[in-house]
Design a protein around this ligand. Structure first.
Ligand SMILES: Cc1ncc(COP(=O)(O)O)c(C=O)c1O
Length: 482
């Protein structure tokens, strides 16, 4: 046996390095839990980091643990309570252990034989989530790698089911311009799905939003009529639960009424906020979600799971077979229906990670309450921050938040300059300071700071410190521009 192969597969080295890695990660978690002052996103330039790793690759010396340490040092510290950036969850640590097991077993799941246990567990997890959403036994679905893939999976099924002919086999028709209705605030993956399907810009019919950036249901009828008069074959309505930018939920139940009354497929992008179905306190935000023909919920956003793990659910489980209407493989096997257990038949992916196993581990170890506690705690934090913002002179909210995404800005009374420039500059200074990680967004063409309170260990004190820091940064900027 070649010497390097012997080395690479040495079980003893694996055991030794594995123990050291778990200790390293345990210490790291402890530092984050204790909220040790840390550069949450260590400032860096992309090209400089490429130079760093290019030089590292050339150096003769290599120590695995040093490498892991450097990697941690250069990373964005999602587990730190002052991480408040994009919507990526600090995964429950046990799910990372499970992921190591998955990586080593590496059961690919394109077909049942390549991942029997993982395939069965995925089905159990899908049914578990479907029950929490309020779907019936008719529902079915799958796990896939990300909300973007999930939205595409659902919208392909909508297209095949609703377009009036077998578009999978016959292809697009010039005189049949397909389209869906969606709010201006939808995540770009929704519009991207339309473009991937070849519908172009006209395939995404934007419905105006109200003052809280929710789809305005009063505008639905006129928008649909106009689209139809323009010759579009509108087949679906897409709702946000919630929107990415401001985190507000579209009126899902009213939209379901409209879709039903107008013969439209109803898809809900619940990548971030669909998980609120798990809570007693916030599940009113998702009212009507069980009426959707299809929906996605990201486990890696509000369900404590490492990226990427997305649930795709169909109210009528048979629709999960419509996404990819390829038949040939199955006919060869004298099988006219696709078996549920050969995952690749229904998923964008062929080889797929063992996506359900991490979720199953958490359900078994901590129970359903874990998810409810996490979502309730972080959504409560969003309400707390909003209350603090309203109580601070010069601070304003973009919209009253529904959950854990809060958009706000600060304009000192004496500031007469451009508020968008000021906010952009505050965010840049926050990045340089690095004791917090927050992002920015544009609402009604105005720039706002945007925080997603993803860490359940963020405290009132952290939020107060953030507000104080923003004030002091602003006054410094203001003084410099006087
Ligand atoms: C509402 C919404 N939908 C879809 C996505 C895309 O999900 P993913 O990043 O898992 O592809 C996001 C990501 O932020 C999102 O917020």
């Amino acid at each position: 046996m070649a010497q390097f192969l012997e080395h690479a597969f040495d079980p003893e080295e694996f055991r030794r390095e594995g123990h050291k890695l778990v200790d390293l990660l345990g210490d790291y978690l402890q530092r984050c839990r204790n909220a040790k002052p840390m550069q949450v996103l260590p400032p860096s330039e992309p090209d400089e980091l490429v130079d760093f790793w290019t030089n590292d690759l050339k150096s003769k010396e290599f120590n695995l643990q040093d490498f892991y340490n450097t990697l941690i040092d250069q990373s964005n510290h999602i587990h730190h309570p002052r991480y408040m950036g994009h919507q990526v969850v600090p995964p429950a640590p046990v799910s990372a252990l499970t992921e190591m097991l998955e990586a080593l077993l590496n059961n690919g799941m394109a077909i049942y034989e390549m991942g029997p246990a993982a395939t069965a567990i995925e089905r159990v997890v899908i049914r578990w989530l479907a029950r929490h959403v309020g779907l019936t036994e008719n529902a079915d679905g799958l796990l896939t790698s990300g909300g973007s893939a999930g939205n595409l999976t659902c919208l392909l099924a909508a297209r095949q089911t609703m377009c009036g002919y077998n578009i999978w086999e016959e292809g697009t028709q010039a005189d049949n311009s397909l389209a869906f209705l969606v709010s201006e605030e939808a995540h770009y993956s929704v519009s991207r799905a339309a473009h991937i399907m070849g519908w172009g810009d006209k395939g995404v019919v934007k419905v105006p939003v109200n003052s809280r950036m929710q789809l305005d249901t009063l505008k639905l009828k006129d928008t649909l009529e106009k689209a139809r008069a323009d010759g579009l074959n509108v087949i679906a309505l897409v709702g946000n639960a919630c929107s990415t930018s401001t985190g507000t939920y579209d009126p899902i139940n009213e939209m379901a009424d409209f879709a039903e009354a107008n013969g439209l497929w109803f898809h809900v992008d619940g990548a971030h906020g669909g998980a609120a179905v798990m809570t007693e306190k916030y599940n009113h935000l998702t009212k009507g979600i069980e009426r959707a023909d299809s929906l996605v919920i990201d486990f890696h956003k509000m369900m404590l799971t490492p990226a990427l793990t997305t649930a795709v659910l169909f109210k009528n489980g048979q629709h999960s077979f419509e996404t990819f209407a390829q038949k040939a493989e199955y006919l060869l096997r004298n099988n006219t229906i696709k078996p549920w257990y050969d995952g690749a038949g229904r998923s964008l992916e062929c080889t797929k990670k063992m996506l359900g196993v991490k979720v199953y581990t958490m359900i078994r170890l901590y129970g359903d309450q874990l998810f409810s506690d996490y979502i309730t705690t972080t959504y409560d934090l969003g309400q707390t921050l909003a209350g603090m913002i309203l109580g601070e002179k010069g601070f304003e909210l973009a919209v009253k938040p529904d959950g854990n995404i809060v958009c706000f800005r600060y304009r000192p009374e004496s500031y007469m300059g451009d508020i968008n420039q000021l906010t952009t500059s505050i965010r840049k200074n926050l990045l340089d300071d690095a004791s917090f990680y927050v992002v920015q967004t544009t609402v009604r063409n105005e720039v706002y700071l945007r925080v997603s309170l993803m860490n359940p260990f963020t405290t009132h004190d952290d939020l107060e410190t953030l507000i104080t820091l923003i004030k002091s940064i602003t006054h410094k900027i203001h003084a410099m521009t006087q």
